[in-house]
Design a protein around this ligand. Structure first.
Ligand code: NAD
Length: 394
């Protein structure tokens, strides 16, 4: 058994209607909040007005940035840090999916450092070792997607507009102070975003389960998250506006997915390491960037831990009691393919806009920015193996 540590510095509020707690707790974090909201949708569905009103009811002044785009860019983060400092804010509130929450985390962190551009802190930058960092301002995350689990991780992810890298920045001090996981804010998610985010939950859980550093804590949460995705994602895609139960359990699966990748216990593997570079090149929805890689990855690794891969086959709803562990593990690529088809996520890299000439730069980016994640894989992926995996997914 791998030894492991875990801490849970974030206070979580999980459940339908939990957002109301803001009016009781927000005042603890300061007098003025910078509310970072996903562009368009948060205003359209009334979430922005509601959260602003709850913050004001807590006696908190509010400065709003409501132009957060999917896959936050370095230039936008720098502009938002400037806004935070000019407005004299005391904390940030991220309202939206991973992009808005990561923006809130990045702004709170960088405003506290008040030293250079976010690019300096990305892999390869002059401050990327994150030595002697100052305590970030507090962050409240309100997730409106069931996908990234960013509300439960110590990471933010930023696209470097100079070289198309899409690295994560991770530090224990980046854990949010409070995270609100309220499925009421997820009922409005359209089918395609429910799909791209929901499949991200499955990958977080699956990858953490088959990572070199998996442990009993992450295994238990990851297996439960996968069970819930298999039971509820189809319902959330098909009838998400009316199916509160499906939204509730997808929301919780999402947060468990964040916990298993985020606490330094486990982590994702080559699927995410290579997927980030697809996102950096194409700006495709994050969850979809892993889909083309999943089956080729499992084809290359299933025999590295037959017990674990047999368990994946079973949780995906394949195999039967007459099969040996070896047979079940060998069936895992077929089971993964079936899961992707079931959720409408069976796609190639070309479907996402990748062309063959991007494979070289994407491979460089994997080693530049995601080497640690790559090394969580049960088999070694050197440069040739990464390129070969990309070609198989093209
Ligand atoms: P997103 O935040 O980019 O949002 C996608 C779209 O969904 C946006 O257009 C947004 O307006 C819309 N939307 C959000 N909530 C909605 C709702 N309730 N109703 C209707 N529309 C809604 O999507 P995401 O997949 O949650 O986040 C992706 C980002 O998170 C990527 O940059 C990814 O790299 C990052 N990420 C971060 C972590 C982490 O640990 N910090 C982990 C995984 C991914």
């Amino acid at each position: 058994m791998n030894a492991f540590n875990f801490t849970m510095p974030t206070k979580f509020y999980v459940g339908y209607g939990q957002v109301e707690v803001l009016k009781d707790i927000a005042g603890q974090y300061g007098k003025k909040a910078m509310l970072c909201a996903a562009e368009g949708t948060m205003r359209q569905f009334g979430f922005l007005d509601r959260v602003e009103a709850l913050l004001r009811a807590a006696g908190v002044e509010v400065s709003i940035i409501d132009d957060v785009q999917p896959n936050p860019r370095d230039v936008d983060i720098d502009r938002q840090v400037k806004f935070f400092l000019e407005e004299g804010c005391d904390f940030t509130v991220g309202l939206g999916g991973g992009s808005a929450m990561d923006t809130a985390k990045a702004v709170a962190f960088l405003a506290a450092q008040n030293d250079g551009s976010v690019r300096d802190y990305l892999a390869g930058g002059s401050k990327s070792e994150l030595k002697d960092v100052k305590q970030p301002y507090p962050v409240i995350c309100i997730t409106t997607t069931a996908g990234t689990g960013s509300e439960a991780t110590k990471w933010f992810v930023v696209t470097n507009t100079l070289n198309h890298d899409k690295p994560g920045v991770g530090h224990d001090l980046l854990m949010p102070s409070v995270s609100i996981v309220d499925p009421e804010f997820m009922m409005s998610l359209p089918a395609q975003i429910t799909r791209s985010c929901g499949i991200d939950v499955l990958f977080h859980a699956m990858e953490a389960y088959i990572a070199t550093c998996a442990n009993p804590f992450t295994d238990a949460l990851a297996m439960e998250a996968m069970r819930l995705v298999m039971k509820y994602l189809g319902r959330a895609i098909e009838n998400g506006a009316n199916d509160q139960e499906a939204r509730e359990y997808m929301a919780w699966a999402n947060t468990m997915g964040g916990i298993v990748i985020g606490e330094g216990n486990s982590g994702t593997v080559a699927i995410h390491a290579l997927g980030h570079s697809i996102g950096g090149q194409t700006n495709a929805p994050h969850g979809f960037t892993m889909c083309p890689l999943a089956v080729p990855y499992i084809e290359r690794t299933w025999d590295a831990d037959e017990k674990k891969y047999a368990a994946l086959t079973r949780v995906f709803g394949y195999g039967d009691d007459s099969m040996s562990e070896h047979e079940l593990a060998a069936m895992c690529p077929e089971a993964m393919k079936g899961v992707l088809q079931k959720f409408g996520c069976d796609m190639t890299m070309r479907d996402l806009g990748v062309t063959e000439d991007m494979i070289g730069p994407m491979t460089d980016s994997v080693f530049q920015t995601m080497g640690g994640v790559l090394n969580n894989s049960l088999k070694k992926f050197d440069r040739e193996a990464v390129m070969e995996l990309y070609r198989a997914a093209l």
